[in-house]
Design a protein around this ligand. Sequence first.
Ligand SMILES: [Zn+2]
Length: 353
Amino acid sequence: MNWKNICSLSYLFLLVCATNSKPWVLIVAVVHPFAEHIGYTLILGLPLITTFMCGTVSVVSIALYLTYIDFMNNMGHCNFELIPKFLFSLLPPLKFLCYTPSFHSLHHTQFRTNYSLFMPMYDYIYGTTDECSDSLYETSLEKEEEKPDAIHLTHLTSLDSIYHLRLGFASLSSHPLSSRCYLFLMKPFALILSFILRSFSFQTFVVERNRFRDLTLHSHLLPKFSSHYMSHQQKECINKMIEAAILEADKKGVKVMSLGLLNQGEELNGYGEMYVRRHPKLKIRIVDGGSLAAEVVLHSIPVGTKEVLFRGQITKVARAIVFSLCQNAIKVPSFSTNGESETKGFNLDGPFL
Ligand SMILES: [Zn+2]
């Protein structure tokens, strides 16, 4: 990083501080939501425009600035405490430089307090800090962990899939994963995050919590990419992580654990059967979504069909489909890949899913 970048970053930092000052945040906190969007765009775009006009702009400063803004904004609205208490004890001034989700939640609920975005020091200077800020932070940390009814254990696919994580980009995660040219700018960030995920995560962790009336669903992430599932060296490590996640969920009283696509590979753990055999006393039900896929295919077959030709690989889902068709007296001839009639290959004895 040259002196130009350092200059840009220092200037951006000062401007971030400026955009957190009371007059600005007071404006964006009390006006109409549409005007709030315009206000945010102007305020948060100011550092970029200024550095551009001063000739000190750089790709690094833009990438770091946007990452910082996005991260802080998502962190403040994620609804759980991300920063551990020991960090505030270790660095007391951090309290004035970094807000917390509980601090910002008071801005939304009390409205006339905690105006600062990202840096609470201006609320401390102007005396607009909500008096419950510290106590709410403490109680948020002590809050009893929510017990979900079901957990879906997912995994990463490509490098870009990290943008679909909760702290990623809402606009990106609202669409199916696809490579976009502008993500190239975010590659350094993606590489750093993937390195952290792979190096320091030896267990699964919660990435999303959802509640549908009385049903609580959590998504947990196994921090491995698709490429890791192809490696024999990673197989044991991945299985250990899945097994530990299942045992922990069972201990907590979770009713169902669904395994994401590669977490239930036949070669890896036999669609999760390995864990059931190892721990016969498990109360939790392990599912893999195969029954849903089979049901979708069966539903697409018109009523009154007498015969269905099967082609392709004999997978677990295929067995379930054929089994169900046979139960309904539908003939299922099949062909092997070389075109010959295939009469064996389907083991229709046991339960499939
Ligand atoms: Zn907010």
